[in-house]
Design a protein around this ligand. Structure first.
Ligand code: GCU
Length: 389
């Protein structure tokens, strides 16, 4: 056999991924109309959006991308395992909360680290991080400090800050992701093509922490901002879309199947994410490998599900994989739904330059100079954004 034939045979057997980083090669695309129902009705006011179109769009995301979000459980228990008094030189109080959720005789535990400002006279707003990185990033002892979760900075700004780790819900691993909440509480989801997988399980966890916040008198449960970076940022969007108790959403460098438009096919694509991370999204999502245009939704509609609540989306200039421009355009394409609530977007027509945050309206956006990461620069802007509301 000739060498070239052998090479072609080998090539045919493995997936070939090509990434486009060239704006000129972005294909022509038409986004699904967020305001048009499946039966062709045009939505003209917030009542009709909430009654007809919002539930429909939510269901499309469940069925085709993230999987269902089970909401039933038998009981939930909170155990405050530590409440030490003064932390951070007297500025903060540390709470470590074990949240145990029971269903049909089984249970899972979510461990939350929470700092609240010690001097607060009334319940405070809180940033909740869905932590997809190492647990040392949210070190309760503060021996280790990390820009990923700069607790001191948040406390100094008058906010509470909390985090839980995704592995409490579903290990971030294609072979073991099902060993958490899925096998223990919702095994039926594993049999369904529109069943919840890891990202759904993490978002489900964020809602259980929200359940806890509703019981904590130091926290203003009407002002919970759910935050995630990258795969965590895909999750924060899905959590806020599902659970309207979250007051606002921060999605940092969330890229494909996060805040970036899929149809642009820029940077990471659906086929690639489904192949590298088959445990993140529902089985049904695999049908859209290399078929972005066949999806009944695009990611602007996920942002629209969060309306009228504020959304802050970020990118980093060197993180083309996550498509900074596609993120900006997704926010822009969600504007018509916010307009139904008479909320005007302060976003400019074109993406702002690097390190030029746009914070004035319900849509926050910036493209930080540098790499794929979440830094104090990003957090500083989230704080400014949160203060507006
Ligand atoms: C990979 C993946 C991205 C994801 C990122 C992360 O790069 O392809 O979709 O956002 O990991 O979570 O850091």
């Amino acid at each position: 056999m000739k060498r070239i034939t052998l090479f072609l045979i080998l090539l045919a057997g493995c997936p070939v991924f090509s990434q486009n980083y060239d704006e000129a090669k972005v294909p022509h695309y038409t986004l699904p109309d967020v305001l048009k129902t499946t039966s062709g009705k045009t939505i003209r006011n917030e009542e009709k959006w909430e009654k007809l179109r919002r539930p429909e769009v939510l269901k499309l995301f469940e069925d085709h991308i993230y999987g269902q979000m089970p909401t039933d459980y038998d009981s939930i228990r909170y155990a405050l395992t530590e409440d030490d008094g003064a932390e951070m030189a007297g500025k903060a109080v540390l709470k470590q909360v074990g949240i145990t959720v029971f269903r049909k005789g089984n249970s899972v535990q979510i461990n939350v680290v929470l700092f609240t400002p010690a001097q607060a006279k009334k319940p405070v707003p809180v940033f909740l991080l869905i932590n997809n990185r190492g647990k040392e990033n949210t070190d309760p002892t503060r021996a280790k400090k990390s820009e990923f979760w700069p607790a001191e900075m948040l406390i100094d700004s008058g906010f509470a800050i909390a985090a839980f780790h995704v592995s409490d819900l579903a290990p971030d691993n294609k072979d073991t992701y099902m060993t958490g909440v899925l096998q223990k509480l919702y095994p039926e989801q594993l049999k369904m093509d529109n069943g919840m997988k890891a990202i759904g399980a993490w978002a489900w966890g964020a809602s259980r922490v929200m359940d806890y916040f509703e019981t904590d008198r130091d926290i203003d449960a009407k002002k919970v901002i759910v935050v995630g970076h990258s795969r965590g940022g895909k999750t924060s969007l899905w959590a806020a879309a599902q659970d309207q108790r979250f007051a606002a959403c921060v999605t940092n460098c969330s890229g494909n199947t996060g805040a970036a438009l899929a149809r642009r096919q820029f940077g990471e694509r659906i086929s690639r994410i489904n192949t590298t991370f088959p445990h993140w999204f529902s089985n049904n999502y695999k049908k859209y490998n290399d078929k972005e245009n066949a999806l009944p939704v695009d990611q602007h509609m996920l942002i629209a599900l969060i309306a009228p609540r504020p959304v802050y989306a970020t990118n980093a200039s060197k993180d083309l994989w996550a498509d900074p421009k596609g993120t900006f355009l997704a926010l822009k394409a969600a504007e018509p739904v916010y307009a139904l609530y008479k909320i005007q977007s302060g976003l400019p027509k074109d993406p702002p330059g690097i390190n030029k945050p746009v914070i004035g309206s319900h849509f926050g956006y910036h493209n930080r100079e540098g790499e794929h990461d979440m830094t104090v620069y990003d957090w500083g802007n989230f704080i400014r954004f949160a203060r507006k509301f």
